[in-house]
Design a binder for this molecule. Structure first.
Ligand SMILES: [Zn+2]
Length: 112
């Protein structure tokens, strides 16, 4: 068994959990899941901070919020290592989809 310096097991912050997940994914394969580019695992304090660079290693969901596959394996879903650029671009796509869905629902309501 591996010795752990952190004695507060079960009390780790979500940021720390994210960092560990990123380290694990990076160790497994440092290339971006989407574009295949080699990422840089910078030790940032905040995962979703605005300081994220294009080649930064980030944790991304394999499926978007609008794909039922995302919820198949629990709420957290499957994550992959993505470069900052791809993660950001996927985020924008999700926003767009969300907006489209919202306006579609609104349309349905007003048409009744
Ligand atoms: Zn990428």
């Amino acid at each position: 068994m591996r010795k752990q310096s952190n004695h507060h097991k079960g009390h780790i912050s979500s940021t720390e959990r994210f960092r560990r997940k990123r380290n694990k994914l990076f160790k497994n394969d440092p290339n971006c899941y989407w574009c295949g580019k080699l990422t840089v695992n910078r030790d940032r304090k905040l995962e979703e901070s605005s300081s994220t660079k294009d080649n930064d290693a980030t944790v991304d969901h394999l499926y978007s919020k609008f794909q039922p596959e995302r919820y198949r394996d629990g709420y957290k879903g499957i994550v992959v290592l993505a470069c900052g650029k791809c993660n950001h671009e996927r985020g924008i796509e999700e926003e767009k989809l969300f907006f489209l869905k919202e306006s579609y629902m609104l349309q349905l309501i007003t048409e009744v």
